[in-house]
Design a protein around this ligand. Structure first.
Ligand code: NAP
Length: 238
């Protein structure tokens, strides 16, 4: 059996590692190529877009793929739509692997918004820790606030006028996040509802310091089978 994993997440790498132990299963992991030096999964890897759903459908047939796992990030909306469309066209079964979103806990002050533009319009603070990634910073370009922008690779303009850039990649610790928030005198944190353990420490730190957090809601997912764990994907595979 040959499985395509659409990746770019820790879950996708965990799944590739889990399937590598199955002698009857060949795996190809696919990455978008956004990050300069990505963390690579074990096994075969291809890098770059497919050119849209029709081309992805043709690729699935040509590569004789038996199952597709969409293990992309919850905010990677276009590739998930493309994968659902392509798998249906090619008649290849598809499952989505989505980690659960974060949930508010006692002591949290979260402001839910629909997108980055709304986040930029509703910042309850002056010194903002912006952790939403390199893409979409244009939404904050007109803001008069001060930003600490943390992302993996340098972002492209337009960018906020008053900002400091911190190039870093998780996982992060509670002590590290507390020190960062204190040192930069941050008074509001902005995040996507990415979920998972690797980047959750900023939320714990914000709670401990009593800081508000602006949380961007996840986009809707296509109408496909969706599970939350590597184990469930392995059980679903034929
Ligand atoms: P996106 O907006 O959904 O995708 C844009 C285009 O990039 C897609 O149409 C597709 O090109 C290509 N693409 C995306 N993921 C791909 C993959 N795994 N393999 C091959 N092509 C892929 O995605 P994005 O938000 O830019 O995210 C890009 C990648 O980074 C994803 O793989 C995602 O898992 C990872 N990531 C995203 C975020 C985030 O916040 N968005 C955070 C962490 C990691 P074609 O149409 O040409 O096929």
């Amino acid at each position: 059996m040959k499985v395509l994993i659409l990746g770019g997440t820790g879950e996708a790498r965990a799944l590739a590692a889990a399937l590598a132990t199955r002698p009857d299963t060949a795996v190809v992991s696919s990455l978008a190529g956004r990050v300069r030096s990505p963390r690579l999964p074990v096994g075969d890897v291809r890098i770059g877009g497919f050119g849209g759903p029709e081309k992805l459908a043709a690729w699935l047939v040509e590569a004789r793929i038996d199952a597709v796992v969409d293990a992309t990030h919850p905010f990677a909306e276009r590739i998930s739509a493309s994968a659902a469309d392509a798998a249906a066209r090619a008649g290849v079964p598809l499952i989505m692997l989505r980690r659960p979103g974060w949930t508010e806990r006692p002591g949290d002050t979260w402001h839910w918004v629909d997108d980055l533009d709304e986040a930029a319009r509703s910042l309850p603070g002056e010194r903002v820790f912006l952790t939403t990634g390199r893409q979409g910073l244009a939404s904050f370009a007109e803001s008069d606030r001060w930003f600490l922008v943390r992302c993996v690779d340098p972002p492209e303009p337009p960018l906020p006028a008053r900002m400091e850039l911190l190039l870093d990649r998780g996982p992060y610790t509670l002590d590290g996040e507390l020190a960062l928030l204190r040192n930069y005198e941050i008074d509001v944190v902005v995040t996507k509802d990415s979920g998972g353990d690797l980047t959750v420490a900023k939320l714990d730190a914000a709670r401990e310091l009593g800081l508000p957090v602006v949380v961007v809601r996840r986009p809707p997912i296509p109408d496909v089978v969706s599970v939350a764990s590597v184990k469930e994907v392995v059980a679903w595979l034929p």
